[in-house]
Design a protein around this ligand. Sequence first.
Ligand code: ADP
Ligand code: MG
Length: 494
Amino acid sequence: MTYIIQGAHDDFEVVIGLEIHAQVTSNAKLFSGAATEFGAEPNAQVSLVDAAMPGMLPTINEECIRQAVRSGIALGAQINKFSKFDRKNYFYADLPQGYQISQFSHPIVGEGVVTVDLEGGKTKEIGVERIHLEQDAGKSMHDQHPQFTYVDLNRSGVALMEIVSKPDMRSPEEAAAYVTKIRTILRYIGSCDGNMEQGSMRADVNVSVRKHGEPFGTRCELKNINSVRFVRQAIEVEARRQVDIIESGGVVDQETRLFDPNKGETRSMRSKEEAHDYRYFPCPDLLPVEFDDDFIEAARESLPELPDAKKNRFMEELGLNDYTAGVLVAEKESADFFEVLVDALAKKAGKDAGKVAVKASNWLTGDLFGALNKASKTITESPVSAAQGADLLALIEDGTISGRIAKDVFEVMFETGKDAEAIVEEKGLKQVSDTGEIEKIIDEVIAANPGQVEQYRGGKDKLIGFFVGQVMKATGGKANPGVVNKLLKPKLDG
Ligand code: ADP
Ligand code: MG
């Protein structure tokens, strides 16, 4: 669906490009051996290099290089066997070096493409311009003392991948889908934990507007947006602001702005023209980064199956529909859970995975996701494991319990963590499939309801449902519905 911003005179289109900062998963920083764990005491993870003590020399952490290369491959991007680090000079209280070591002219990863998933099963390809590695800065803390600002350098020097998109997005939905997809892919391959609340992934969102068919307008950059929802909101508000300026005869200034989610507005931080001459030059402390095809191949081989490939496989081999497959692959943990569930169920039931996958996915996305949602738990915190889920579904498959009873059993499993079989045994929930026993109950029900029998025989076919209900009631829901249906009709038809 095209996203249009209506002005008083014209319709406008929004153009969006994103710079995503993703913290590289690594035990040590980009140029020092200091730890990177989130939540440590302020300044407990600062080496002399991170504190920029005079004469300290940075050393490149190979693991960070490897993770950037893996990320590039996963985003279908060009890997540059030659890249180098540059100094980007600017002053910040939380950047003690007075410059940031980044990559400018020769980034480690070049152009790539990401397929994003939109509403209604639609997709769109969004170009990636480049990925470069750089150091993060520390954090200024303004709320610790009435007169002073404190600084925590724990994050100073932590490796970031800056993933720069092409200006290919045309709606808040597309931008949100792009961030979501990048996050999913990085989490799959384990190069970034994607935790936006903790700041390990954040986005600078560039927004401009134009009338249809016109060249790109002047953009504003919205800094450090830390949730997918805010990405959407920030674009909506900023595009509206720019349209209003243009429609009232003004011009949009290129500037860096902050999005305030509480007020629902963006406001100016600094104008681009005056602030930015970074005087990039090659970092004299570091040699260029060079690696060979073997390094790239090893990185490629270390990648797991990626979400798009997994989704296709779930659809083609396991018969899931587009929507369900999409839901399951969105988080690697859900996809992993599903695969263990299907395998275990297929094995228990002695059937092909393709024969039980849809049932397994229905249970997982319906019953288990529903219960987890209600309990505010994630799939990794599920009190029912994939193997336990398979046991439950296998009991339905082999006719031990009905689907109806399985819902009750599941509830108890979720509450207590007990196995399905134990609960069925304990509560005497085994399905009754014995024809003799069921026949006896049917006879009783027929005898007890002569009026309904007469109406049925008089042509009111729908009443069969009433009799099924009565039989089920008499057996406490345990009668095998298939058997009931098979035996009931001939008896009623008399
Ligand atoms: P800078 O280095 O000044 O941030 P870049 O050329 O690297 O500038 O672009 C940064 C981001 O802005 C990229 O993601 C790009 O897609 C996006 N961008 C560039 N031009 C526009 C535009 N006219 N409207 C929206 N986004 C844009
Ligand atoms: Mg920028």
